[in-house]
Design a protein around this ligand. Structure first.
Ligand SMILES: *Cc1c(COP(=O)(O)O)cnc(C)c1O
Length: 427
């Protein structure tokens, strides 16, 4: 195994996750299957706590909304970054305290605002207009909402364009020049109370420099807001730390991130004589490498290239198709003496773009072989769909030599959920 994937190992030619044989998992639980190592998940969270002992860490729920994973995040002392009323209800159910939840989003409805206000969580303001909307709803409900301002810091992380969120052209946030004015406006409005600043510059960022740059920009804005009499209790720098998907492309650790941003924040705050609470919102770097996705080969076909068609497509793992992402693949059973071949791995979906991996050297594959896609815990199941009439897969939690189902596999009845045929058509 590469990197620090010590929850994965190989024994007698079989891939193990913790002390569980992946061949057994696939045989007994079926495929496609998401399998999470509880040990790895907890260790990832503790790594953030060690790097940032004084900061709050809000798990970005969109990366993985499984209730058991959220429960573990809660047990390990994480808060939550939620993007919808649905995610809010999940994290409340998992026991994450309301004081540790931020409701984000660039397009919140009145119902979203009401849900956030009633739950008593902080809300991120994405535009000047949203201030007025939220204040009105809060007054109608007789409630007050604490708000953070989502700042667009205009920094350019070198990442896939679909996951860069802090560029001037991005749909997220209020431009840096406008924030201090908006903060003042919010201080005058009834029903809302500005308490902090927030930014999130993108995802799968593999250098620490853009984070340091964003922290600098946030300190500039903090100075401006403070000069105008704003009280800033919280500075939220978002998530976005990348992980090592490819064996040759290393990623910074949470402690590398801490070294890059903590001095900037400490200097900035010391100059102002204030000590706002730092918040981080890691998603991917908490869950991605804790989870593998097992999929079984249905057909091997020699055409322009060697295709191995497996039972998971972009309905199960959307990242390769959405972001051209690389997921490292390991055979679950390393049968002796098989020659190495180059394969393009495709799914069962009726679209030519349903390609999970290209040109991968793997031992010669036959029908029934199981492959493990590594680092599938972030934006994996959470982006799974029922497209093409495919029920969604099961999720498993492995701890030591045992495992538990943490989400049952859907069956065909899930495809019918919520559907009705109007009686007039039933003849
Ligand atoms: C997506 C998102 C995150 C998490 O990003 P990762 O790259 O998964 O760490 C954090 N904060 C906000 C506002 C987000 O939109």
């Amino acid at each position: 195994m590469f990197g620090s994937k010590d929850h994965l190992s190989s024994l007698d030619g079989h891939l193990y996750i913790e002390e569980v044989d992946c061949c057994r998992l696939a045989a007994e639980e079926g495929t496609p299957l998401y399998v999470t190592s509880e040990r790895r998940l907890r260790e990832n969270i503790r790594c953030y706590h060690r790097a940032f002992p004084d900061a709050d860490k809000y798990f970005a729920v969109k990366a993985n909304g499984n209730l058991t994973i959220l429960q573990i995040a809660a047990q390990e002392g994480m808060g939550a970054d939620v993007f919808s009323a649905g995610e809010l209800s999940l994290v409340r159910m998992a026991g994450i305290p309301r004081d540790m939840i931020l409701f984000n989003g660039n397009s919140k409805s009145e119902l979203d605002h009401a849900a956030a206000l009633r739950a008593g969580v902080r809300i991120s303001m994405d535009s000047n207009e949203e201030l007025e909307h939220l204040a009105r709803t809060a007054c109608e409900l007789g409630l007050e909402g604490e708000i953070l301002f989502r700042v667009n810091p205009d920094v350019s992380p070198k990442t896939h364009p679909k996951i860069a969120t802090g560029l001037r052209s991005s749909k997220f946030g209020i431009s840096a020049e406008e924030v201090a004015g908006a903060y003042q406006r919010a201080m005058d409005l009834e029903g809302i109370k500005p308490v902090g600043l927030h930014c999130h510059i993108g995802s799968q960022i593999l250098q620490t420099a853009p984070f340091a740059e964003a922290a600098e920009r946030m300190m500039d804005i903090l100075r401006e807001v403070t000069a105008k009499g704003g009280e800033v209790e919280r500075i939220d720098l978002g998530g976005g730390l990348g992980i090592q998907y490819h064996p040759d492309v290393p990623a910074p650790s949470p402690s590398d991130l801490a070294q890059a941003i903590l001095p900037v924040i400490e200097d900035g705050c010391r100059d102002l004589g204030i000590s706002p609470r730092l918040i981080l919102e890691p998603g991917r770097s908490i869950v991605a490498d804790s989870t593998i996705m097992l999929t079984r080969v249905n057909v091997v076909k020699r055409a322009a290239v060697n295709f191995a068609a497996v039972d998971a497509g972009f309905n199960v793992l959307a990242r390769p198709m959405l972001y051209d992402s690389y997921h490292h693949i390991l055979p679950v059973d390393h049968a002796e003496g098989r020659e190495e071949m180059i394969y393009t791995i495709v799914g069962p979906i009726c679209e030519s773009g349903d390609i999970l991996a290209r040109d991968r050297p793997l031992p010669r594959l036959v029908r029934g072989d199981v492959l493990a896609f590594l680092d599938a815990g972030a934006y994996g199941f959470s982006m799974a769909s029922q497209y093409n009439g495919q029920p969604r897969p099961a999720e498993i939690l492995v701890s030591g030599d045992g495992w538990e189902v943490i989400r049952r596999r859907e069956d065909a009845s899930a495809l019918l959920a919520g559907q009705t045929i109007p009686p007039r058509l039933m003849w």
